[in-house]
Design a protein around this ligand. Structure first.
Ligand SMILES: [Zn+2]
Ligand SMILES: [Zn+2]
Length: 81
């Protein structure tokens, strides 16, 4: 079984000046123009590059992620009944 993780939602432009941090809270590099950013939904680490965030989630929140995937599977089973 292969699961992919779809981040739902619209691309929302944010101005760096309006953010609490102008560096990625994971790799500590400055954000560049048109970088894709994301926030971890499992902790309050703050804004980071989308790729850093993805790696952070799979390395730090594997249990929570699996839980979420399992919950989703259960729901899907129910809707087929
Ligand atoms: Zn980063
Ligand atoms: Zn996190």
């Amino acid at each position: 079984m292969t699961d992919v993780l779809w981040r739902e939602g619209w691309l929302k432009p944010l101005s760096i000046e309006s953010l609490p941090n102008d560096i990625c809270s994971i790799c500590k590099e400055e954000f560049e123009d048109l970088d894709f950013v994301a926030a971890c939904e499992f902790c309050e680490i703050g804004l980071s590059h989308e790729l850093c965030c993805n790696k952070h989630i799979t390395s730090h929140h594997m249990n929570q992620l699996k839980e979420k995937i399992n919950k989703h599977r259960e729901k899907r089973l129910h809707s087929h009944q």
